[in-house]
Write a protein that binds this ligand. Structure first.
Ligand code: ATP
Ligand code: MG
Length: 418
């Protein structure tokens, strides 16, 4: 965000941005298409990002060449979503997405157009969602081709739907969440008509696939502007349909306090706890389903919430071994990181205790002196008692009441026969 948008389409300014391999590959592919007599531009997000002085990772090409011509020009070009005219072209180890200019037909389910037809560059820019995403850049002259007044909106940092906002959000209801992501990520204000249309369409987000919704959340929460994203989500009433719970607008101190690139699960847990002050907790598993969380994301999310509740309800009464066990859990530091924003003093105290426990022999989670195979070697018959005994031996070890394997074996013998 260090470059003034209006200056950036001069070649001088543009030439200063470091080039990555992906950009070079996209320019080479677009140039080859042009050499074959077609039009080809860098398109969409990459043009927007470069004008903003950011370094995009993906460079997409939009072209007048139909897919079969792309297949003739580039051996090994592969069709993906061919109905939409999208081809993947390999270039020096990179894969570049090349899409034929198209106009989308009628959207029948608020998700996908029923048909598309190949079209002009202008029509292709008009089927895109926001003016800032509707720009093209010539790969050789680097001239910006702007049919939607996107340059001006980028310069003024305004997010504006292309065309009739209400119609555009009706066509694809995920665009409401995309609006949040772009407005937050690029710190933009929202054109009032666009904002009004988002609020009107908010409820319909419910019909969008959970996979697409989860994907948008993952992308917006990966960025440090996630707090602004959450404010917009709540303000526009997108929280209820996205999370499948009541709508609620309010402060999010735990979320706002997160630093150091928190995991997606950590961000969600912080937001959940912030909302818990305002809305009743959802039924178990609700966020997993509504945001299509992976098994690992769900596990981490639930574990953080479990640890947080243990810290509130049990910490004071926990024995040393109980504290060590809790502090050794993978999500423990994420739980503290979330709570520190609202209870700095208490969390500071817990951290000091855990730091002290960590300096004891073996740290928070020493290797257990005894295992199941040790018990078998002692001639004990495996069964449910094994776990109880092993847990107890490990607790004693964590308490510092068992200092060696030999001592543990001796005690296990006594306890087993007792
Ligand atoms: P990001 O940097 O997050 O990838 P992006 O703008 O590149 O942002 P993509 O989802 O990669 O977003 O889409 C590439 C381009 O395709 C967009 O810039 C936009 O022009 C168009 N586009 C993507 N999704 C939609 C949509 N749901 N409706 C209309 N146009 C879209
Ligand atoms: Mg992209």
């Amino acid at each position: 965000m260090n470059q003034h948008p209006q200056q950036s389409d001069s070649n001088d300014q543009f030439g200063k941005s470091p080039r990555c391999g992906a950009r070079e590959a996209a320019i080479a592919v677009a140039s080859v298409i042009i050499d074959h007599g077609f039009t080809a531009y860098l398109a969409g997000g990459c043009v927007r990002d470069e004008i903003l002085g950011l370094h995009p990772t993906d460079f997409d090409i939009a072209t007048s060449a139909p897919p079969d011509e792309i297949a003739k020009i580039f051996r090994g070009a592969r069709g993906v979503g061919e109905a939409f005219g999208v081809m993947l072209v390999r270039w020096k180890g990179r894969v570049i997405e090349v899409a034929t200019f198209r106009a989308d037909g009628v959207y029948h389910d608020g998700r996908r157009p029923t048909d598309v037809r190949f079209a002009t560059a202008q029509e292709d820019s008009q089927r895109r969602d926001f003016t800032i995403n509707g720009l093209f850049r010539h790969p050789v002259t680097e001239e910006i081709v702007d049919f939607v007044n996107g340059k001006e909106d980028l310069a003024n940092r305004i997010l504006r739907a292309i065309g009739d906002p209400a119609a555009r959000f009706r066509e694809d209801r995920l665009r409401t969440l995309r609006a949040v992501r772009f407005a937050a990520r690029f710190e933009m204000s929202i054109d009032p008509e666009t904002e009004h249309a988002i609020c009107e369409a908010a409820r319909d987000l419910k019909g969008v696939s959970r996979e697409r919704i989860g994907g948008e959340f993952r992308r917006m929460f990966a960025h440090s502007t996630r707090m602004r994203a959450v404010q917009l989500i709540e303000r526009w009433g997108l929280d209820a349909p996205a999370l499948d719970e009541s709508s609620s607008v309010g402060d999010c101190p735990r979320l706002a306090g997160l630093t150091n690139e928190p995991s997606f699960a950590t961000v969600l847990a912080a937001w959940r706890l912030d909302r818990a002050d305002r809305v009743p907790p959802p039924i178990a598993g609700a966020w997993r389903d509504s945001l299509n969380l992976s098994g690992n994301e769900w596990k981490e999310f639930s574990e953080i919430l479990e640890i947080v509740s243990a810290l509130y309800e049990q910490w004071e009464d926990l024995s040393k071994s109980g504290r060590k066990r809790l502090a050794a859990r993978g999500a423990f530091s994420a739980a503290l990181q979330i709570l520190v924003a609202v209870e700095a003093e208490r969390i500071g105290g817990i951290r000091a205790i855990v730091d002290a426990l960590a300096t004891e022999v073996g740290g928070l989670a020493p290797e257990s002196f005894l295992t199941g195979s040790d018990l078998i070697a002692l001639g004990f018959a495996p069964g449910p008692r094994f776990k109880t005994l092993l847990d107890r031996m490990y607790d004693l070890q964590l308490e510092g009441k068992l200092m060696s394997k030999e001592a543990a074996i001796a005690l296990a013998r006594t306890e087993w026969t007792a």
